[in-house]
Design a protein around this ligand. Structure first.
Ligand code: SAM
Length: 212
């Protein structure tokens, strides 16, 4: 599916979020609070939005994804590794930090994948995850639902691929509740797990530190 939507993926993203996703990524990278020139792995990197933001903020980014076409489309990302996030081809503790954007719903073994992220992070290393969310409050929530469940699938069908953009709102069903995700992160080796709703719940962010 991701191979098919790769060419127009970023364009549709910008339309869907009115360009706000760029701002959310900027903050997610800043919140890592790692030293300049840190070596950061972007898991399920897609077309490289996070990796380029990491580079802009002075880090050395390695992008990895299971979809060859998504990685192939990633411009200005020198280090790209085609791999399954469940079996990352890196040594234990190889990275200072990890980012992962809007991919958790797609992992068939989420806990195993988070454990793999913990394995390749050095002790004290930082993790920053972004994922879709849904606002809690009435009108904001209703507007979001209308946009995300009704308009986005039509927009995606017209601009890109019908099945992929009908799957997108449906895929939120695969996302565990916040408390369960926090518990999972603790179980696989993270501490100081922090969850934040972004812009009233349009998106959400998890931050955590690899336990020593
Ligand atoms: C919605 S896209 C997000 C891409 C990018 N992180 C972003 O923020 O725009 C989800 C990505 O997860 C990747 N993906 C899904 N399952 C994966 C797996 N098991 N290992 C690595 N990447 C995977 C897909 O190929 C796709 O590029």
């Amino acid at each position: 599916m991701f191979d098919a939507i790769a060419p127009r993926y970023e364009f549709v993203n910008r339309m869907m979020t009115f360009g706000l996703d760029a701002r959310w990524r900027r903050r997610a990278v800043r919140d890592l609070r790692v030293a300049p020139a840190s070596v950061v792995l972007d898991v399920a990197a897609g077309t490289g939005d996070f990796a380029r933001e990491l580079q802009r903020q002075g880090h050395r980014a390695v992008a990895t994804d299971l979809s060859y076409n998504m990685l192939h489309t990633a411009k200005n990302v020198p280090w790209r590794v085609h791999a399954d996030a469940l079996r990352l081809p890196f040594h234990d503790g190889a990275f200072d930090a990890i980012t992962c954007g809007y991919a958790l719903r797609n992992f068939t073994d989420l806990e195993g994948t988070l454990a793999e992220m913990a394995r390749v992070l050095r002790p004290g290393g930082r993790l920053s995850l972004l994922e879709v969310a849904e606002p809690r409050s009435g009108l904001w929530r209703a507007g979001f639902r209308l946009w995300f469940r009704r308009v986005v699938p039509i927009l995606g069908s017209v601009l890109s691929d019908r099945d992929a953009y009908h799957y997108l709102p449906a895929s939120t069903a695969y996302l565990p509740p916040t408390e369960e995700l926090v518990a999972m992160l603790n179980r696989v080796g993270f501490s100081a797990v922090n969850h934040r709703r972004v812009m009233g719940g349009l998106s959400q962010q998890f931050l955590a530190t690899r336990r020593a």
